[in-house]
Ligand binder design. Sequence first.
Ligand SMILES: *[C@@H]1O[C@H](CO)[C@@H](O)[C@H](O)[C@H]1NC(C)=O
Ligand SMILES: [Cu+2]
Length: 166
Amino acid sequence: MPPSPPLQLVALLLLSLLLRSATAAEYTVGDGPWDTGTNYATWSDKHAFLAGDILVFQYVRSQHNVLQVTEATYRSCDTGGGGVAGVIKSYDTGYDRVQLTEPNATYWFICDFPGHCLGGMRLAVKVAAAAAGGGGGGEGARRPAASPCIRRPPAARGGANGRRGG
Ligand SMILES: *[C@@H]1O[C@H](CO)[C@@H](O)[C@H](O)[C@H]1NC(C)=O
Ligand SMILES: [Cu+2]
């Protein structure tokens, strides 16, 4: 009987899939649009973020933006009028992919449109100390399912608020 390369190929494919899912996960922030109708604290608490993971902010760019800020600005929602105080990085494409590069760190994000941050458009993301891609030590840290975010509790998003386009 000749050897059966297909089986080895399948094994290789499976292995590479496993490795890929262990290196980085991509999360759509809030499992939907970045807007004023979502509870981002609840969303963030549901997930275990690792260095290398990517956050995707999706929104109408004329209505929102994304600023990575200091903890103080996250708490005060005050960027000093000019949108600069405490601002580390700003995004405004409407489809922003932000990689969480630092292990053992917290990332803070707000929307700087008037009233939006105070209205709930702010996100704190804690990145675990173990790095996902750091020399292959990350496999134990990553939970088995690569995308557990599909299920969405029915009442998680305030219906009326979100649709107002606030
Ligand atoms: C994580 O950061 C804290 C303070 O920022 C530090 O005390 C702690 O040792 C760090 N842990 C690891 C595993 O690096
Ligand atoms: Cu906004």
